[in-house]
Design a protein around this ligand. Structure first.
Ligand SMILES: Nc1ncnc2c1ncn2[C@@H]1O[C@H](COP(=O)(O)OP(=O)(O)OP(=O)(O)O)[C@@H](O)[C@H]1O
Length: 910
């Protein structure tokens, strides 16, 4: 191709055309796709570059009230002053997609239009049951140029983020947009779109707006763009319509995938107002960076000369070959005025497109190739960075034959691969290699941003200092700036000129707030915070110079890399059609671009960068290892603690149980003892409320006291069978007096009342009689047999003793009471009352009452039946003392004692 004439002079910047309203084909398209929409409104020039708010002034989808055209025409002076602006960072939150989300609560909360709070769902403060496995901050606030909520419509998102870039590119300014985020966060949805109506992404919408806007302004296509900013005379082949379908063999293999792309009927009706003195031609390229190699996605799959797709050696799978493309530096001669050069993809095909439909067809083809070559083995996830480059060649109508008047502006839309780490994807083999390379390129992108930011800060500080000192030479400062490591990954190499050149850059951060990858998303957020602090210098691309076409010899033999890709058509889980392809990826030719690479290479700097990168990787790995170890240790400690706690709990439970058992046994033993000694009645008959304690007692005493109370009660209801059985079965039978003596040791002396004096005397005599009884127990039977029972004898003595006592008592009472009426009126209190204590304790009084009752019964019996024989009286008393309570028993005993004698039936309180 002949070299076009060149001219050093460049055209001055053409001011933006005033906004006008158009209702051409774009309106018709809009009517077809969205009849309810209002007609497209006027558009205006873009806002001042310094503005961080990228909200566009015009959108056909915006509400009618908001669509009043604002003719914001900037004065040229202002443009010169506004040289830099930060990279725009927009956050887009993905809506939940249904039940398959790992969590129902989003960990990202919008705080305002431009900020969000991110809180770790595993934060121990939030949820004490969990442990944090990460070193990332548990809660942080991140700021963006704008935050888009999950409900944001695709059209709205496009209008506010991408439309300004589209306007810029039509006015001759480069623009870059890249979508960043972890897998499944919605990057592809944002860039390409979904399958539903109205879900077209920013790429198809950009194409719609471009073609809507240049309607009637198409250029002749005499020149075509080359490299980054060069042009050359077009080839005949450039006029041919671009392919819109894959090669037949590939189409056959792809089957249903052909229909999987977004709907073509979804057309964005927005029209931008352009200067009608210009003509436009649009060129499209589609490349992908996969495993640190750049491939052309619009290149024909190499066909077998014999026809069809070549088969692999095994003959079973189709063999597809593609060749990696080298990156070459753009010659300075292409952009002598800007002085900034970047790198271009050498050999990348580009097609001139005449309509949005044609352009979309090409994109669809590129996506199909991307699937076939890069991602079908894992087609749910993009493992490559896909970039669509839209070139707009703009030339003045009056200078059609002057190529130097042409402006070439590029809009590059990048759908980055998922930024998740290898650890989370559990990948091996090919996938591991992919993940490593994805991480590498994204990491280098982050490094570039970091160095750029630090350089820019340094520069700003020194410029400020210089201005203060009166010196304005910044060459020394620039020499001291760090080298930005663009060359360390293919991705950054390609995007380099957007960051250092006169371009605008927009970053879209996609986040799925329902995702479990908090760490990854927090990494993404940090990256975006970094990117927001980098500023670029957007300015219209100067008109280019046209150098001669480079004759690059690609001599070195390629190094092919083979891998197998399984294509399975149909939905997930379906296996309608499956084919195995073998992909041969040929390396780019060695030394490609070296002859033109005018970038100074310092081996020491390169080595240092490599080392820095290695160290970073090591640091990252160690951090991850540390986090894992920490988590494991925490888990282990937790387990151990849990085990210990469980053991302790078990031990204490056992102890308590033992204590309970022991105390029950002890109590039972005491109760048994009391049962056995005949002092204790059935436990059923225990009094409900124990009497109040009068003094401090030991437990044993308390037990005894309780037993005694029960004993008193039992006496009253001694017809209980159980109690009777217990008494008869008791091994301690016969030892009762001794037990009583023991028990009585614990019983304090009751306050001395007159009646108690009797009781005391009685008790004393009873003790004596008990002892006597004990002694004569063994002989009692023989005595009974002889007709005169031992007890009878004893009782007689006892009776005499008691009678004597009674007499004494009567005497005492008589002494105090002048008119004695024995037992008829209340007894006066004798003077010898020992203690003024009011009432005796119930425990003692019960016993006393019992004893007193026995005595009372005795005296009553005496009074009521004075004529009774002494034997009968004695017997009755004896029976009463022994607490034989049932009538039957009493009768039986009396009958036994008074054999042959008439038995007197006893009534009363026994
Ligand atoms: N804003 C949205 N509204 C509705 N659905 C969405 C939205 N964003 C994403 N999706 C859906 O979420 C799923 C994942 O989105 P997408 O494939 O775009 O993620 P990705 O980040 O590109 O993943 P990868 O990096 O693995 O390619 C898709 O089914 C997509 O349709």
């Amino acid at each position: 191709m002949s070299r076009a004439p060149s001219r050093t002079a460049t055209r001055p910047k053409t001011p933006a055309a005033p906004p006008t309203t158009r209702s051409t084909r774009a309106t018709a398209a809009k009517t077809a796709s969205a009849p309810a929409e209002p007609p497209p409104k006027k558009t205006t020039t873009r806002k001042p570059l310094v503005s961080k708010d990228n909200a566009t002034e015009t959108s056909a989808n915006a509400p009618a009230a908001a669509k009043k055209p604002k003719a914001v025409k900037k004065p040229a002076k202002m443009v010169e002053e506004e040289q830099t602006e930060n990279i725009m960072a927009y956050l887009r939150l993905r809506p939940p997609l249904g039940d398959d989300e790992p969590t129902n609560t989003p960990y990202l909360l919008p705080l305002s239009e431009s900020s969000v709070r991110m809180t770790d769902p595993n934060d121990p403060h939030e949820n004490a049951a969990r442990f944090r496995m990460s070193a990332a901050t548990p809660s942080s606030i991140y700021k963006f140029s704008k935050v888009f909520l999950p409900a944001t419509a695709q059209s709205d998102f496009f209008t506010k983020t991408t439309l300004p870039l589209v306007r810029d590119v039509l006015q001759g300014q480069n623009g870059l947009l890249f979508a960043y985020g972890v897998t499944n966060s919605g990057k592809t949805y944002t860039v390409q779109g979904g399958k539903n109506e109205g879900s077209a992404g920013i790429l198809p919408r950009s194409l719609d707006v471009i073609f809507n806007s240049i309607e009637g302004l198409h250029g002749s296509g005499k020149y075509r763009p080359v490299r980054l900013q060069g042009v050359e005379l077009a080839d005949k082949s450039d006029s041919a319509p671009p392919p819109v379908a894959p090669a037949p063999g590939v189409a056959e293999v792809l089957g249903q995938h052909m229909d999987a792309a977004a709907s073509d009927a979804d057309i964005d009706p927005t029209v931008l107002t352009l200067d009608r003195n210009y003509e436009y031609t649009i060129w499209i390229s589609y490349a992908e960076v996969y495993n640190e190699k750049v491939y052309d996605l619009l290149d024909n799959v190499q066909e077998n000369p014999a026809g069809g797709i070549p088969r692999s050696n095994s003959g079973k799978s189709l063999l597809l070959t593609r060749k990696a493309l080298p990156l070459k530096p753009s010659p300075l001669s292409d952009s002598p005025d800007s002085g900034v050069t970047g790198k271009y993809i050498s050999g990348l095909r580009q097609f001139r497109v005449h309509s949005a439909a044609q352009a979309k067809g090409l994109i669809k083809l590129g996506q199909l190739h991307r699937r076939v070559f890069g991602t079908l083995a894992n087609r749910e996830s993009s493992r490559s960075h896909g970039m669509v480059i839209i070139k707009v060649v703009r030339g003045h109508r009056g200078e059609r034959d002057d190529p130097t008047s042409l402006q070439i502006a590029r809009l590059t839309l990048v759908d980055l691969a998922g930024s998740e780490r290898t650890k989370h994807t559990q990948t091996t083999g090919d996938r591991l290699r992919e993940a490593g390379n994805i991480n590498k390129s994204l990491m280098v992108l982050g490094q570039c941003m970091e160095v750029l930011r630090s350089n820019q800060r340094k520069l700003a500080i020194s410029l400020g200092q210089d201005a203060f000192d009166g010196r304005m030479d910044t060459r020394d400062v620039k020499r001291g700036l760090a080298l930005v490591p663009f060359r360390h990954s293919k991705l950054t190499e390609i995007l380099m000129d957007y960051f250092v050149g006169d371009s605008r850059a927009v970053m879209i951060v996609n986040v799925n707030p329902y995702d479990t990858g908090y760490d990854e998303n927090s990494h993404v957020m940090k990256f975006s915070a970094l990117a927001r602090e980098v500023y670029v210098t957007p300015a219209p691309v100067p008109a280019q110079r046209v150098p001669g076409k480079s004759k690059q010899a690609e001599a070195a033999a390629p190094k092919p890399y083979r891998r197998k890709v399984t294509i399975s058509t149909g939905g997930p889980g379906e296996r309608a059609h499956e084919a195995v392809l073998e992909v041969l990826e040929e390396d780019e030719a060695d030394g490609a671009g070296s002859d033109e690479d005018d970038e100074p290479i310092n081996p020491l700097v390169d080595a240092l960068f490599d080392e820095v990168e290695q160290l970073r990787m090591q640091l990252y790995e160690s951090e991850m290892r540390c986090a894992i170890i920490e988590a494991e240790v925490r888990e282990e400690v937790m387990k151990e603690m849990e085990e210990r706690m469980a053991k302790m709990e078990k031990m204490y439970t056992l102890r308590i149980q033992n204590e309970v058992t022991r105390s029950e046994e002890k109590t039972d033993a005491k109760i048994d003892m009391l049962h056995q000694s005949g002092l204790f009645a059935s436990p059923v008959k225990r009094p409900q409320q124990p009497p109040p304690r009068r003094y401090e007692e030991s437990d044993e005493e308390e037990d005894v006291e309780t037993s005694l109370m029960e004993y008193g009660t039992a006496d009253e209801t001694s017809d209980d069978d159980e109690s009777e059985r217990a008494r008869s079965e008791s091994p301690l039978a016969g030892k009762r007096p001794a037990v009583i003596r023991e028990v009585r040791k614990f019983i304090p002396d009751p306050p001395m009342l007159p009646s108690d004096a009797e009781d005391a005397a009685f008790t004393e005599s009873e003790n004596e009689s008990e002892e006597a009884e004990e002694e004569s127990d063994a002989d009692s039977e023989s005595v009974a047999d002889s007709g005169v029972s031992g007890s009878e004898v004893e009782d007689e003595d006892y009776q005499e003793h008691v009678t004597d006592d009674d007499d004494e008592e009567d005497e005492d009472e008589l002494m105090l009471s002048p008119t004695k009426t024995p037992r008829a009126k209340p007894r006066p209190i004798p003077m010898r009352v020992a203690s003024p204590t009011p009432a005796p304790a119930p425990r003692v009084s019960k016993l006393t009452r019992e004893l007193r009752g026995m005595k009372l019964a005795e005296s009553e019996a005496e009074e009521s039946d004075a004529a009774e024989s002494t034997t009968g009286k004695r017997k009755k008393r004896q029976l009463g003392k022994k607490k034989i309570v049932t009538e039957e028993e009493v009768e039986r005993a009396i009958a036994k004692a008074d054999q042959g004698r008439p038995v007197r039936r006893m009534t009363g309180r026994y």
